[in-house]
Design a binder for this molecule. Structure first.
Ligand code: C2E
Ligand code: MG
Ligand code: MG
Ligand code: MG
Length: 279
């Protein structure tokens, strides 16, 4: 009796595993096809000067236009793209598309702006990262200083010395570097000090309750102070309300990003934000 129960249990798990594997393979296949067909699009989320509320740039956030599922958010396919290595192809597409869009905006508007592009770990560690970035810039015609690359602490801390070398090469090209989700990983301050970076982005988990939770308030304020000590700019992400914006501005945070100023949106809507409030 117990034997057959055991066998059934085994079969149950086995069937479950198979269906998981199958779904995974289906997703991988669909992702591969979508990369060939370029079934992706970028949404752009404004970053604003917290003092004047002027738009100073946009973060490019990728979406997958899935044939059956509709628009799939990145958290649901970036890990798969990362595991399968498809992220390298996708990442090149994201980079070039974001740079082309920024180039077009610079041609049509006088607003000085940058576009921020997220790098995944595998992209950062690929051998030809610097060449990939350089060729994205060349093909789009975007001057390097209008591109910001977002990396995370966990990506670079694994081998900080090697990472610093790569970051230096990028910085020497004129590209700006920012640390995304800052505060959620474990950076050593000794390493952080050596990073040739431009900006720290306070993770939205600290911003959510920044006006009601004393710990989050203290963390956010410390990050701003730390950044300023190191001559870095600070972006607070996930700002949804005026109270959060006021608190962070009060602490000296220069730049804000969040639903209060605009959700991630298609490029034509983002462009309207460059025309100013009256047009
Ligand atoms: P992230 O880089 O930290 O991007 C910020 C995320 O916070 C975005 O989610 C954005 O929609 C969301 N967000 C912005 N403002 C608010 C707010 O006020 N409230 C709340 N609750 N959320 C807000 P999204 O677009 O779903 O992207 C999720 C993550 O996927 C990104 O986090 C980034 O790590 C990754 N990702 C997005 N695009 C790319 C890409 O092109 N390449 C790579 N490697 N990763 C990407
Ligand atoms: Mg980001
Ligand atoms: Mg490459
Ligand atoms: Mg973030």
């Amino acid at each position: 009796f117990s034997k057959s129960k055991g066998r059934n249990t085994y079969q149950f798990y086995s069937a479950d595993m198979n269906s998981k594997t199958l779904r995974y393979l289906e997703m991988e296949n669909a992702l591969r096809k979508s990369i060939q067909n370029q079934d992706f699009l970028l949404h752009f989320q404004p970053q604003v000067d917290l003092r004047t509320r002027a738009v100073i740039g946009f973060e490019a956030l990728v979406r997958w236009r899935h044939p059956e599922l509709g628009l799939v958010p990145p958290d649901e396919f970036i890990p798969l793209a990362e595991e399968t290595g498809l992220i390298l192809l996708l990442g090149d597409w994201v980079l070039e598309s974001a740079c082309r869009q920024a180039r077009a905006w610079l041609d049509r508007h006088t607003t000085p702006l940058h576009v921020a592009v997220n790098l995944s770990s595998r992209q950062f560690w690929q051998g030809d990262l610097v060449d990939s970035i350089a060729s994205g810039l060349t093909r789009s015609g975007l001057p390097a200083q209008h591109l910001e690359l977002e990396i995370t602490e966990s990506m670079v801390m694994r081998e900080a010395d090697v990472a610093i070398g790569k970051m230096r090469e990028l910085a020497d090209m004129g590209v700006r570097l920012s640390i995304d989700d800052f505060g959620t990983g474990y950076s050593s301050l000794a390493a952080l000090r050596q990073f040739p970076i431009h900006t720290l982005k306070i993770d939205k988990s600290f911003v959510r309750e920044v006006t009601t939770n004393a710990n989050d308030a203290a963390i956010a304020a410390s990050i701003v102070a730390l950044a300023h000590t190191m001559n870095l700019l600070v972006v607070a992400e996930g700002i949804e309300g005026e109270e959060q914006a006021a608190f962070l501005l009060g602490k000296g945070c220069e730049i804000g990003q969040g639903y209060l100023f605009g959700k991630p949106m298609p490029s034509h809507e983002a462009e309207v934000m460059l025309c100013g409030p009256q047009s």
